[in-house]
Design a protein around this ligand. Structure first.
Ligand SMILES: [Zn+2]
Length: 478
């Protein structure tokens, strides 16, 4: 993603000047404008104040964020205008020709007190190898609708030399929309939005234009169900989806103790296969045509319910609750809870879950990487969608480790404690922030009195892989 060689030879020294001191919190103010959907582009204005380092490097879009990333159809960022508080182009500005794969767009030394960057972001994407292998809905804009993602829009300052440390660095972000009545905003509140780090901003999903939106509420939280039209799901299905979505939101609010954002939205659509994508404020899930979602009798309908809960669980893990040094935690723990909480809600059966493991457990034994890499290896974040070998490190091995960890805590505590307690304590301590490996271990001990060091030495920091028997035997005990 970073095209490291070119970047390194161009700006090694300036990178070292890049890191934002912990006590200095820059302010990033974004305004999005879209005059009409006809143009397939948006205009963005970023105003940076309170910037301390000597140099500012502006990261272009699209940018990888630990999800399959589409390719730009040509350069995405255009008509870049840079000015200081008085409207003048600052000296020390160096522009970089941004390609279709994001990368750096400009560098500036010294940085004026107020830096204003204005640019156009085209909405023109095609499938990459990642999105072909792991489908997401490509960001799109047609004359009636648009569905967009933050990491395809928001050029942003790099706040650290490495990812994800840069996007998780605390920063004060404001986002506001300046839209005509003819371009309604969908999926997020229209008021000014605030974020505490770039990851949350870049994880936003929202729609523009005409969608079918059904509003409801879950335990005091406004919930929107968003459909591309009224044809993809019939009324009975939409009614059931509303009930199930409300139950999912209410259950996770009770599980974590609070909801990270004031509203929640779910984009549901038909596509080949079943899958989804997480986001701040809004997430999405899709299911093939012909799967009747008005009942749970069809296993595909149950798998869809698990997918929705999985994507919504990501609103915490990792979007607002980030494991800084445990890249396995995002998909490992979420895959576990996607199933466990769906079973508790009656959306999924123990037999369904056992069948999944019957099918997947073999991957615990035959992946080329599965036993070679500790689950703390930072490359997992970068390469998670580079192929099945990398993906199964978190989705299968990480999932099995989360399951064994929960069972170990329950066994040692006589079922008085569980991984649930750990997730709740992490949310109380670190919501809208991140936690280190050490803080994770400390939270496990504080929440459950379980000493997780030997377990982590084996399965997380070490390369011990749970066996098929380790997993399947759990379905025969109890
Ligand atoms: Zn996931």
């Amino acid at each position: 993603m970073f095209e490291t060689n070119r970047f390194f030879c161009l700006t090694a020294l300036s990178l070292l000047l890049l890191v934002v001191p912990a006590d200095a919190t820059p302010h990033l103010d974004y305004v999005i404008t879209c005059e009409s959907l006809q143009k397939s582009e948006l205009e963005l204005v970023l105003t940076v104040t309170g910037w301390e380092p000597d140099t500012l490097s502006l990261q272009g879009v699209p940018v990888y964020l630990d999800n399959p990333l589409a390719e730009g159809n040509g350069a995405i960022v255009s008509r870049l205008e840079v000015s200081d508080g008085s409207g003048e182009e600052p000296s020390g500005l160096r522009r970089v020709e941004a390609g279709s794969a994001g990368g750096l767009v400009l560098q500036i030394t010294p940085v004026p007190d107020t830096l204003v960057v204005r640019f156009k972001a085209r909405v023109a994407y095609r499938h990459s190898r990642q999105t072909r292998d792991y489908p997401i809905h490509l960001p799109f804009m047609d004359k009636d609708q648009a569905w967009l993602y933050g990491n395809y829009l928001f050029c942003h300052p790099r706040l650290d030399v490495a990812e994800p440390a840069s996007v998780r660095t605390p920063v004060d972000i404001r986002l506001s929309f300046d839209l005509p009545d003819s371009v309604p905003l969908v999926g997020v509140p229209s008021a000014e939005l605030a974020f505490e780090n770039l990851h949350e901003l870049l994880s936003i999903q929202f729609g523009l234009g005409r969608f079918l939106v059904e509003e409801t509420e879950a335990d005091g939280v406004p919930v929107s169900l968003i459909y591309k039209n009224g044809d993809e799901f019939d009324e009975a299905e939409r009614e059931t989806l509303s009930e199930r979505t409300v139950a999912t939101v209410a259950d996770l609010k009770a599980f974590f103790g609070s909801i990270p954002y004031p509203t929640c939205s779910f984009l549901y659509f038909r596509d080949s296969g079943t899958g989804g994508l997480e986001g701040s404020y809004a997430c999405q899930a899709y299911v093939p045509a012909g799967v009747d979602l008005s009942s749970l009798s069809d296993r595909n309908s149950r798998v869809f319910a698990v997918t929705v809960l999985h994507e919504f669980f990501h609103t915490w893990n990792p979007i607002t609750l980030f494991a800084l040094e445990d890249p396995w935690f995002k998909e490992g723990v979420t895959s576990y809870y996607g199933n466990v909480l769906s079973m508790r809600l009656g959306f999924y059966t123990v037999e369904d879950y056992r069948l999944d493991w019957e099918r997947d457990a073999v991957r615990l034994e035959d992946g080329s990487l599965v036993g070679d890499i500790p689950l703390t290896d930072p490359r997992i974040w970068q390469k998670e969608y580079d192929g099945e070998d990398w993906r199964h490190l978190s989705y299968t091995r990480g999932h099995a480790v989360a399951m064994l960890l929960d069972v170990a805590i329950r066994e040692v505590s006589g079922n008085n404690h569980s991984l649930d307690d750990v997730m709740r304590l992490l949310a109380r301590r670190h919501l809208h922030g991140g936690y280190t490996h050490e803080q994770l271990m400390e939270a496990i001990h504080a929440a459950t009195s379980y000493d997780a060091i030997p377990f982590f030495d084996d399965y997380v920091d070490g390369n011990r892989v749970p066996t098929v028997e380790d997993v399947l035997i759990l379905f025969h005990e109890g």
